[in-house]
Design a protein. Structure first.
Length: 93
């Protein structure tokens, strides 16, 4: 696995498993919203529901077109993928 994907895959997988709604911003400024259904090395499959059309659509988004992925809430991370948070040490002064 490439070093760059060591953060990407666990993050996207947590969003997928927890079904967290996301906003995906593309490099051309377009904002897409939905839930990550699946992903691989090159693409993200985004599932969206259209209230006006009353149907569900899936979009294949090429990762090279993605600028930012913004979850609607905090993502829980597994301990073996994220370093533990450390409190600053109190020097007693």
């Amino acid at each position: 696995m490439a070093k760059g994907q060591s953060l990407q895959d666990p993050f996207l997988n947590a969003l997928r498993k927890e079904r967290i709604p996301v906003s995906i911003y593309l490099i051309n400024g377009i904002k897409l919203q939905g839930q990550i259904e699946s992903f691989d090395q090159f693409v993200i499959l985004l599932k969206s529901t259209s209230p006006s059309l009353k149907n569900t659509i899936c979009q294949v988004i090429y990762k090279h077109a993605v600028s930012t992925v913004v979850p609607s809430r905090a993502v829980s991370s597994s301990p073996h993928h994220a370093p533990p948070l450390q409190k600053p040490e109190d020097d007693g002064s």
